[in-house]
Design a protein around this ligand. Structure first.
Ligand code: PLP
Length: 414
């Protein structure tokens, strides 16, 4: 019998068997949990080589074998050149901004991004980096914001909570044209539903805390370099990292400056949880997406519901874009009731969803947006982001579909 060819395997096969493609100790079927902070060598020359950039481990703030195994899984999922893991999605995003931008640079970001990403964009402005936020559902809005100092464009695939979908292809073409670093936060779609490399992304961010880990039991983040960006012409790469193939310079700087200086290292324990979760990403995405679609259709047809925001509904402004780009419209759904005053009582009448923040879990999670995750930014910024006071966000889980539908029907009332 001939050996299987991993390059021809499908998404789940490659993910589940990825550990076996590397050296795995004692025939263990999971990459073992390496808790050592330091790594010793038998010859001093080996230690020197690792310090000078050869593959290997020396100190856990940069990587451990368990973290490296997770990096390999994410990298396979995103078809990347290389992947780095971080303690959280936010530290991965912060590493990109603080490592690759300098005072005087300009970054264009989608107006519709994760709240904490907006927060770090504000911090950057205090450090002398110019930021423009635009409606990234159109590439023209991004183009209109370009300046000679623009270095980077940052967007999300499906924006949380209103589910706007960036003009991923159009912005990709623009960034390629202008030589800009194109960063796509793929958290809400996950690499199962979408590979940002297909639209020309330079760097892909995933919050592993969400769908990839999937069980709400570990924090983590990742940056994948797709290999599409030519770092040789990028002015902010330090001389120390301008070595070898220019394709690797960005990752070298993100690892040395971003991970080592910031110190937001992923622990081996968290990496192990996330790697086990990743094995079922495709199954969970399919189940959660089918549940979200059924719930969105039921809610959209209900007389007590004013609006449902879900990219799987034909009335969604970017329905065609979602259908063309994503394997499924996912688990993120938002709604407004006709009776705004019923927003909080309605949430309390539901018994199945957990009233909690968080996304991409096996459990359905529900949260009133304006009162919680978008509270700190105030009413004006909420209005600019299209967040109504009565907006409710749902991260639909993988429970039995009828149980979810029945609970929403009872909470809406006859
Ligand atoms: C949650 C989230 C993040 C941040 O990830 P953490 O792991 O919570 O730090 C970034 N982007 C998006 C789109 C998210 O949903």
């Amino acid at each position: 019998m001939s050996k299987a060819d991993p390059a021809r395997w499908g998404f789940s096969t490659r993910t589940i068997h990825s550990d076996r493609l590397g050296a795995i100790e004692h025939g263990a079927i999971h990459k073992p949990l390496h808790t050592s902070v330091q790594y010793g060598f038998t010859h001093v020359e080996q230690l020197i080589q690792v310090f000078q950039g050869a593959p290997g481990f020396n100190y856990a703030r940069q990587s451990t074998p368990t973290v490296a195994a997770l990096e390999a899984i994410i990298n396979v999922m995103e078809s990347g050149l290389g992947t780095l893991c971080f303690a959280t999605g936010m530290s991965a995003i912060t590493a990109i901004f603080t490592t690759l931008l300098q005072a005087g640079d300009h970054v264009i970001a989608s107006r519709f991004v994760f709240g904490n990403t907006s927060s770090i964009l504000g911090t950057l402005q205090g450090l002398g980096i110019q930021v423009s936020v635009v409606d990234a559902t159109s590439a023209e809005a991004v183009e209109a914001a370009l300046t000679p100092q623009t270095r980077m464009v940052f967007v999300e695939t499906i924006a949380n909570p209103r589910t706007q979908i960036a003009d991923l292809e159009g912005i990709g073409a623009l960034c390629r044209d202008k030589g800009l670093v194109y960063v796509v936060d793929n958290t809400v779609t996950s690499p199962w539903a979408f590979q940002p490399k297909c639209v020309g992304a330079s760097l892909v961010v995933n919050s592993l805390t969400k769908s990839i880990g999937g069980h709400g039991n570990a924090l983590g983040g990742s940056i994948t370099d797709t290999g599409l960006f030519d770092w040789s012409g990028y002015p902010n790469i330090f001389p120390a990292y301008r070595k070898g193939d220019a394709k690797t310079w960005g990752l070298a700087q993100l690892k040395r400056k971003g991970l080592r200086d910031m110190g937001a290292a992923l622990s081996s324990e968290a990496a192990h949880h996330l790697a086990v979760g990743a094995e079922t990403l495709a199954l969970r995405m399919q189940a959660a997406s089918a549940n979200a679609q059924a719930l969105a259709e039921m809610l959209a047809a209900h007389p007590k519901v004013r609006t449902v925001y879900y990219p799987g509904l034909p009335q969604h402004p970017q329905y065609a874009r979602a259908k063309a780009l994503f394997r499924s419209p996912g688990w993120l759904l938002a709604l407004e009731l006709k009776d705004d005053a019923d927003c909080l009582p309605f949430i309390d009448r539901l018994s199945l969803p957990i009233i909690a923040t968080g996304l991409g879990d096996t459990r359905t999670l529900i949260i009133p947006v304006a009162h919680t995750i978008f509270w700190e930014i105030g009413p004006q910024a909420r209005a600019e982001s299209g967040i109504a006071d009565s907006l409710i966000r749902l991260s639909v889980g993988i429970e039995d579909r009828q149980d979810i539908l029945d609970d929403f029907l009872q909470a809406l009332g006859k």
